[in-house]
Ligand binder design. Structure first.
Ligand SMILES: NC(=O)c1ccc[n+]([C@@H]2O[C@H](COP(=O)([O-])OP(=O)(O)OC[C@H]3O[C@@H](n4cnc5c(N)ncnc54)[C@H](OP(=O)(O)O)[C@@H]3O)[C@@H](O)[C@H]2O)c1
Length: 245
């Protein structure tokens, strides 16, 4: 089966491409580096021609509120229009657990991306994932207050990129759900504790301060804002195992 992975050179994209190729599919790893740009439209029509499945794993180069919203709206519109013209039978996209339960610029952009998919008329599956373990350092960096990291003790259930990619590949090869599938890591613990454990393990001396009022990415979060509320597929790799690898 011909499968196009938009963002096929990224963290999740490159792992997903490898899994699908191993299973014998003809996979195009599409990204600006390979001449496929969903913002300018360059190479998109040619890439999706004859594809049964398109997996959107692109990410915005800028996380600034306006830029990220513009990225996911423009990219989504261009890609879905090309898929409709090509008769693509399954659009898969990677979103985030809780984007409609907390407010920040990045989450608003993912809500806009999901809406375009739901109203496109193309059969789809949206995978909502919790934060990647690979993103823990970025979270610590973005939660700095002076010399320490300030985080709320809300529930947190990060997942390894390898587990995310395995789930994305499985979903892409199954029938479209025309709905949402949620995925999360195998362990649930307070956000500040997980980040403190990670920083200690990698020898980062920054102290993590537990602050119930601390925002996440600028938005207020409550106990269950960032974890699946219902059924979710769980990854196998916890923090300790991930650190060992
Ligand atoms: N971080 C998290 O914790 C988290 C949690 C849940 C969901 N997600 C979602 O997971 C998805 C993948 O994230 P990631 O961390 O794997 O991303 P990433 O490593 O930053 O990779 C981004 C990919 O997007 C491509 N790209 C950038 N601009 C593009 C354009 N104009 N047209 C086509 N492709 C473009 C890049 O191509 P080049 O290499 O050519 O630049 C790269 O392949 C994102 O949609 C994100 O919202 C993230």
């Amino acid at each position: 089966m011909k499968i196009v992975v938009i963002g096929g050179t990224g963290l999740i994209g490159s792992k997903t491409v490898a899994i699908l190729r191993q299973r014998g599919h003809a996979v195009i790893a599409a990204s600006p580096k390979s001449g496929v740009n969903t913002i300018t439209g360059e190479g998109v029509k040619e890439a999706v021609a004859g594809a049964q499945v398109v997996i959107d794993l692109a990410n915005s180069p800028s996380f600034e509120d306006k830029a990220v919203l513009e990225f996911f709206e423009t990219s989504g519109r261009n890609l879905l229009a090309a898929e409709e013209a090509a008769g693509v039978r399954h659009h898969v996209a990677l979103s985030i657990v809780g984007i409609d339960r907390s407010d920040n610029g990045y989450f608003r952009a993912k809500v806009a991306q999901e809406k375009l998919i739901r109203t496109s008329g193309i059969p789809y599956t949206i995978i909502r994932s919790t934060q990647f373990l690979e993103f823990l350092r970025g979270i610590a960096d973005s939660s700095m207050d002076g010399n320490s990291v300030r985080l709320p003790p809300v529930l947190f259930q990060p997942i390894a990129a390898d587990d995310v990619a395995a789930n994305v590949a499985d979903v892409a090869l199954a029938a479209p759900r025309n709905g949402i599938v949620e995925i999360a890591g195998p362990e649930r613990a307070p956000f500040n504790d997980v980040v403190a454990r990670y920083l200690k393990a990698v020898g980062d001396p920054r102290e993590v301060v537990r602050d119930p009022e601390a925002p996440y990415w600028g938005g207020r979060v409550e106990e269950r804002s960032l974890v699946p509320l219902g059924e979710a597929r769980l990854g196998r790799i916890g923090l300790d195992e991930w650190l060992r690898r």
